[in-house]
Design a protein around this ligand. Structure first.
Ligand code: AMP
Length: 467
């Protein structure tokens, strides 16, 4: 299948060709025709599946008849509103809207918190056809009367599960009250919790359910590994892994933002180029940290789940869970940062004894055991591999080695059955099933027409499948 088969207008076909896409991903081949038919959509898909183009391309096509180069703001009311949970995701979606819409005379802008409102206000007052926004900042602009949402025809909630996790439901309700009830609504979520189902029931009319394979399907190119270690040895082990494996670009996850700066500082002290990204940093600091990391100036980016949400780094080879997340779904989000666009990646977890339960939950969600790895040439008190260190002062007093117990790695185990009897040897099945969904129609099968391996890996199945 090609983009032309999806009846995309030439301006959009040119834009996707400019991006280098030759075939739609599974979610795109389902979503594009449905959105063009003005259907509501409930999309169960994560970042990395190509979902942004899945909703942006048909949205641009539906709005194309309104395209005009008039300078009058009245000719550019907000007709499409895309809500995202984080600034990073908002910026990325906005870039996609701009990229895919570059051959159309539609205006778009993005508004999010943590930065000066003035330039955003100016852009809104000049008129925009497509607005990408985080909920809080959008409401600030509504209050200041810099934007009216009375002509919105298409509403997109991207990463709706994360918006609910972040407590945006009251803001979303306020926004819904400001936009016409006669509209097309598209809701995308990586998970199908009860809250999401409730929101979908309130928001969507006769939605088409589109589900693509979770990125934790066995076909995934991500290799999962666990290092079992005492909590106190984690930092030294992290530094050891980065050095001994000669890692050049690593995203490291922690649970708490206050710990991110500390770990980044300690890594720098260990001689590893690291920086932290979390929601307490200013937007400018976050953007700089991300740019340095993307361009290879920083080796390690230490992040919380929320800060890393939506970060799209093509070819990110390593994700390290310094701490396991409290919910197994967050593990899936985290590892979704690597193994993208068909490239292999490694997801390494440093697991202390108090995290065994969290690990068991993750393995249950993945429906497979994660191999435990042994650690070679590592003594935790030095935090470095046991190869000889460069001595700068030959006359420095020789220190007695400390007699702490080394973090001896446990032998490699390959459990097939969890302590609660769960059998990992059974084949993978996605956890969300159509029967539990509110949608009246289900496009459950993503098998079929994908022949391009890249598209298949963006949420699809084996690239071996033929038309
Ligand atoms: P998303 O899930 O929207 O965050 O997209 C993930 C990545 O896939 C982005 O880097 C896109 O540029 C890329 N992508 C989207 N659609 C396609 C396609 N049809 N073929 C190849 N890459 C794509």
């Amino acid at each position: 299948m090609s983009f032309a088969d999806l009846n995309l207008i030439p301006e959009l076909q040119r834009a996707v060709a400019d991006e280098g896409y030759t075939e739609p991903t599974p979610i795109q081949s389902k979503a594009i025709p449905a959105v063009l038919e003005r259907r509501d959509i409930m999309g169960c898909a994560q970042t990395g599946t190509g979902k942004t183009a899945g909703f942006t391309l048909p949205m641009l096509q539906l709005l194309a008849p309104y395209a005009n180069s008039s300078p009058s703001p009245a000719r550019h009311p907000v007709r499409a509103l895309i809500l995202t949970p984080t600034r990073e995701l908002a910026a990325q979606v906005s870039d996609s809207v701009r990229g895919y819409g570059k051959h159309l005379k539609l205006r778009s802008t993005v508004v999010y918190g943590g930065v000066d409102m003035q330039p955003q206000t100016k852009a809104l007052r000049e008129g925009v056809d497509i607005l990408v926004a985080t909920p809080g900042r959008l409401l600030d602009h509504v209050q200041q009367k810099s934007v009216s949402l009375g002509q919105v025809e298409i509403l997109v909630l991207d990463e709706a599960d994360r918006m609910l996790d972040m407590g945006f439901l009251p803001d979303i309700r306020r926004i819904l009250a400001l936009i016409p009830t006669q509209r097309q609504s598209l809701l995308f979520s990586a998970t199908f919790s009860e809250e999401i189902k409730k929101l979908a029931n309130q928001l969507l009319r006769n939605p088409l359910l589109i589900e693509v394979a979770r990125r934790n399907a066995p076909a995934d190119l991500v290799e999962h590994q666990v290092y079992e270690t005492p909590a106190a040895s984690k930092r030294a082990l992290l530094a050891h892994l980065i050095r001994s494996r000669d890692m050049k670009q690593v995203l490291v996850f922690l649970r708490m933002k206050r710990d991110c700066n500390k770990l980044a500082r300690e890594l720098v002290r260990d001689g590893i180029n690291a920086t932290a990204i979390h929601s307490d940093r200013t937007q400018a600091e976050r953007e700089l940290a991300l740019a340095d990391f993307k361009e290879g100036r920083t080796t390690v980016l230490v992040a919380t789940d929320i800060a890393a949400r939506g970060i799209d780094i093509v070819e990110l080879p390593f994700v390290i869970n310094y701490e396991l997340p409290y919910t197994p779904e967050d593990y899936v989000h985290r590892i979704g940062r690597t193994g993208r666009a068909g490239l292999p990646g490694e997801a390494i977890s440093l697991v202390s004894p108090d995290e065994e339960r969290l690990l068991a939950d993750i393995e249950k969600l993945l429906k497979r055991a994660i191999p435990r790895k042994g650690i070679e040439n590592f003594t935790p008190e030095r935090g470095r591999e046991s190869r000889p260190r460069r001595e700068t002062h030959d006359d420095a007093p020789k220190r007695e080695p400390r007699r702490t117990a080394p973090a001896t790695p446990r032998p490699v185990q390959k459990p097939q059955r969890a302590s609660d009897g769960f059998d990992f040897s059974k084949p993978y099945e996605p956890s969300a099933t159509a029967s539990s969904q509110p949608a009246t129609e289900k496009l459950s099968s993503i098998r079929g027409r994908t022949t391009r391996p890249t598209a298949a890996l963006l949420g699809g199945l084996s690239g071996k499948e033929k038309k």
